[in-house]
Design a binder for this molecule. Sequence first.
Ligand code: PEP
Ligand code: MN
Length: 364
Amino acid sequence: MIIVMRMGATEAEINEVSRRLADLGLRAHPIYGEKRTVIGAVGEGRFPDRESLEALPGVERVIPILEPFKLVNRAVNPAGSIVRVGDVPIGGEEVVIIAGPCAVESWPQLISTARAVKAAGARILRGGAFKPRTSPYSFQGLGKEALELLARARQATGLPVVTEVLSVRQVELVAQYADALQIGARNMQNFELLREVGRQNKPVLLKRGLSATIEEWLMAAEYIASEGNQQIVLVERGIRTYENTTRSTLDVSAVVVARGLTHLPILVDPSHAAGRRDWVAGLGRAGIAAGADGLMIEVHPNPQEALSDGPQALTPEMFAELMRALRPLVLAVGRTLAPAATVPDQGQVTPVAAGALEGLGLSG
Ligand code: PEP
Ligand code: MN
C-alpha cells in the first residue's frame, strides 16, 4: 500500500507513519516528491487497515496496490518520475538521446564518437567497458581502462556517461566512474546484482530481458527500488520472438503498457532491436511515437571495424541525419529535443595513460 502524506506534512509525521509500519513488520520507503511525500509500505508483515493509518496526523489517504510491483507502481507518482543522469533529466518534457559506441575500444574511437553525437544533440554518452558477449572468445571490453576513457570523455565534452555493470564485483568500481549504471538484458533477473545497484546512489538503466514479460521487467525494477534506489530508467531493447530478420522484435506495446503501469521513465533502444543499421531510425521513430522518454543508440566512427555490434552501429553522419529527422516528430508529440551543440575542439587527441586521471576528481 502507499500512504500519501498531506502537503506540508512534517518530518515527525512521516517518521511516525514509518515507525507504525515497522512495528507491523513492514518496510517504509518515503519518496519525497516536489509537492508531497508518499510512503510505500512493502514487506511480508501484516498490512494495517486503511482507517487506522488515515487517522494518523499528516496522512491524507491510503491507497492499496494490488499489483505485485509496489514502489515502481504508477500509483506512487501518477505524474511520472524524473530521473537525473548527471544534469540531464529523463522523464520530463525533453526527449533524451543517449548515444555512443557499443564498446569503448580506444581513446580516438570514443572521443570522436562523443564529439560527433554531442554535436548532433545527444545528451548522454554510452559505451561498454565490460561487455556481455555470447561467445567467451569475443572481445570482452577494455574494463577499467575503458572506465577511465569514459571519465575523460565526460571531462572533454560535458556529457554524462552510462556504462554496463556485469557483476556484483564490478559495481563499486563502475559506480566510481559512471553517471548511470546499465543493467543489461542478460542480467535483468540477476537478483543479487539488482539488489547491489539498488544500494548505490546512482541512476540505473534497466534493460528488458530477452524473454522477460513486462511484469517481470517491472519486478526487476522493484528489486532495485526495494533497496532504496528509486532512480531507475527502463529500457525496451527488443525481445526474442519467432521473427528472425531483426535481431530482436522491438516491443512498442511495452512502451505504451509500461507507461500506464509504472511512474518510471522509459527509453527505447532501437539498435539492439534492429541489429542492422538501416532499420534503427525507423524503430527509433516508432519508440518516440509510442511515448518513449528517449532513445539509446549505438554509433561508431567506423562500423566496419567495430569490435562489437558493428552491423547495427550508425555512422556519425547517419546519427546526425536521424536527429534531424526526429525533430519534427518530437515536436508533434508535444515534447522537446536538445538542439545540435557546438563542441569545443580539445586539440590533439592523445591516448590516456593508466592512472593519469587519478586526483583529477573525475570519478563519480
Ligand atoms: C548494450 O547496450 O551494448 C547491450 C549489451 O545491450 P543489451 O543488454 O540490451 O543486449
Ligand atoms: Mn551493443
